[in-house]
Design a protein around this ligand. Structure first.
Ligand code: 13P
Length: 255
């Protein structure tokens, strides 16, 4: 559906990896290798402790900065939390919301995802909203029911104007960190389902404009096959985003 309307977006989710020094080395390498890339949105999502330094390093570059989570309140007595307002202040343009690891280990629910989306939008951050089924849900044949529930709950009350500001990441849990990438056909099928949901909820014109990334064991040698599909507009990369060579190759091979 009009893939040309959507600019590819490749984001690196560093998860809980990298000290300040290691992160700076990685970013210096990416700046060196990717300064000529102007036809793909490239984003790095380091841990909170690195955001301010990396934001300074990325000024006047073509690489965007994202955080890996946010809390929905703006400020207050919420020990350990970081707000969207603070992320914006630290220099972020993006924030990952609803990653499966947050759903699995930190009690993230569709309701909390929904509140975080509104907080991000209020602070002019682009939410990268993750959805995806786990292995048993896929095996039971209920993958799309799970995705539907995550979309219904996560985007509850999100307006037509706001939905266009969002990026969706389809990340089948069984493909994350396992080396077991979804086949391009499996990924395309799920992306098509998500775009169909968007069409129903917001109309085809809007659905055509929203970018849907694939995530789960994306590597330099499988990105091309994934990107060749009509509804796959980019990738959310974990392990392979931690090295200059592999992340650069993924960006290059996505074009
Ligand atoms: P891997 O690329 O390491 O499988 O991780 C994917 C992911 O969870 C990105 O958010």
């Amino acid at each position: 559906m009009n893939k040309g309307l959507r600019r590819p977006i490749i984001a690196g989710n560093w998860k809980m990896y990298k000290t300040v020094k290691e992160g700076e080395e990685l970013v210096n390498g990416l700046k060196r290798e990717l300064y000529k890339v102007t036809d793909v949105d490239v984003v790095v999502c380091p841990p909170f402790t690195l955001l301010v330094n990396i934001s300074d390093m990325l000024l006047e570059t073509n690489i965007g900065l994202g955080a890996q989570d946010t809390f929905w309140e703006e400020e207050g007595a919420y020990t350990g939390e970081v707000s969207a307002k603070m992320l914006k202040d630290a220099g972020c343009q993006y924030v990952i919301i609803g990653h499966s690891e947050r759903r699995q280990f930190f009690d993230e629910t569709d309701e909390s995802v929904n509140k975080k989306i509104f907080a991000a939008l209020k602070n002019a951050l682009t939410p990268i909203v993750c959805v995806g089924e786990n292995l048993s849900e896929r095996e039971k044949g209920i993958a799309f029911d799970v995705i539907k529930k995550q979309l219904d709950g996560g985007f509850k009350g999100v307006s037509e104007v706001d939905i266009e500001k969002i990026v969706i990441a389809y990340e089948p849990v069984w493909a994350i960190g396992t080396g077991k990438v979804a086949t391009p056909e499996q990924a395309q099928e799920a992306h098509k389902y998500i775009r169909g949901w968007l069409s129903k909820a917001y109309g085809t014109d809007i659905a055509c404009k929203i970018r849907i990334q694939y995530g789960g064991s994306v590597k330099p040698d499988n990105i091309k096959g994934l990107m060749a599909n009509e509804d796959i507009d980019g990738a959310l990369v974990g392990g392979a985003s931690l090295k200059v060579e592999t992340f650069t190759a993924i960006v290059m091979n996505s074009r």
